[in-house]
Ligand binder design. Structure first.
Ligand code: ZN
Length: 382
């Protein structure tokens, strides 16, 4: 199947101008000036996209795809995420993980769900481990998990500075970090130690000690929820200045919202390439709520429409930069020839019109098509 998306304003996420995008099977074959492609024949469909804006499909690096454990007993457990919900939020890649509940929620279910989502066209990765140390694993060893299981990109979310953490000491964290580092080297993986930060007193101090007492690369660590309170956010800014990467959580209501946080980072002249945003979807929120995946898209759009930041500045936080963290760039996170055909088309009001996930048409004219998308003939439609 070949699809030509015509006359679309392309944000790679860098603005490329108005272009034609040619999609062949699950890849972007070319991005050319309008009218340059002269392909005709059966199996070629055309989408006239004048007035629309194209972005890479969004990457959500922190999703409780099988649901987090609730914090008020079994009846408060959170359910699995629906693939439809992910795609309707403009997201084409997710990283699944366990959270506080590594007891009744298992890595086996996590891997099975990641594979099920992939059959719906969503690209998936997972972390081994949960909040607690010693970590839950598939094979008894995080490094072995990373080397032997394709989808495992590291360990997470390991909790520090939180009353729900296992209160790991520096030696325990060092041992785990070394495993993740070796797993990444041997398995050719991203190799991330994804650290959940709570509202605890110690903040990022344990991470600083760990870096002082080891020769591990700083890029191994990806602390998240950094915008959950102003003190932690200030520590996060200092950590980025020292060369570290941080992850922020969308839908934040107690601490700094994403538009507030990004504006502050820009004022502080922080290099946004070291910053990503994820949703914490289907995880439990301390006040009894549940994280929603849609907040990722909504917060990104609020940065553009309310805070008046440029799409070129904001979209990399959920496309190019998480793709780099996952070592999936330029396969993911960019619109370019040879990249995966994960393409999000928005209208001038920044509403989702169309979505391709791995070349499959999932949303068109604001309607969710699901598996029917493969049979959709766009020419009938324009
Ligand atoms: Zn968390």
């Amino acid at each position: 199947m070949v699809t030509i998306i015509k006359n679309v304003a392309c944000f790679s996420p860098k603005y490329l101008g108005v272009k034609d995008i040619c999609v062949m099977e699950n890849k972007i074959a070319s991005i050319t000036d309008p009218g340059k492609l002269d392909l005709k024949g059966s199996g070629i469909r055309t989408l006239e996209a004048e007035g629309l804006l194209a972005f890479p499909g969004m990457i959500d690096g922190h999703v409780h795809i099988i649901g987090g454990g609730g914090e008020e007993g079994f009846e408060s457990q959170i359910g699995e995420i629906d693939g439809t919900e992910i795609l309707k939020a403009g997201i084409t890649t997710v990283v699944g993980l366990l959270g506080a509940d590594g007891l009744t929620k298992s890595l086996y279910s996590l891997l099975a769900k990641a594979k099920a989502l992939e059959s719906e066209g969503i690209s998936t990765f997972i972390y081994s481990g949960s909040y607690a140390l010693p970590p839950v694993t598939f094979t008894g060893d995080i490094a072995k998990d990373m080397v032997l299981i394709d989808k495992v990109v590291g360990a997470g979310e390991i909790a520090i500075s939180d009353h729900r953490s296992s209160h790991p000491d520096i030696q325990e964290l060092l041992a785990l970090s070394s495993k993740v580092h070796m797993g990444s080297l041997i398995g050719g993986k991203a190799g991330l130690l994804h650290l959940h930060l709570g509202d605890g007193k110690t903040g990022l101090s344990l991470l600083h000690q760990l870096l002082e007492h080891s020769d591990l690369p700083m890029e191994l660590f990806l602390p998240t929820h950094i915008n959950r309170n102003p003190v932690l956010f200030e520590q996060g800014i200092a950590y980025v200045r020292q060369g570290g990467n941080i992850d922020l959580t969308s839908g934040e209501e107690q601490g700094l919202s994403i538009p507030e946080a990004i504006q502050k980072l820009i004022q502080e002249e922080i290099n946004l390439q070291q910053v990503t945003v994820s949703s914490d979807a289907n995880g439990s929120i301390p006040d009894g709520g549940v994280g929603k995946i849609r907040t990722l898209f909504d917060d990104v759009i609020r940065c553009i429409t309310e805070t008046r930041l440029s799409p070129e500045l904001v979209f990399p936080l959920v496309t190019a930069y998480p793709a780099r963290r996952l070592k999936q760039y330029p396969q993911k996170g960019i619109l370019a020839a040879g990249s995966d055909a994960d393409i999000l088309l928005l209208n001038a009001n920044y509403e989702i019109e169309t979505l391709f996930a791995m070349g499959e048409l999932k949303i068109h004219n604001k309607s969710f098509l699901g598996k029917e998308g493969n049979n959709w003939n766009m020419q009938q439609d324009v």
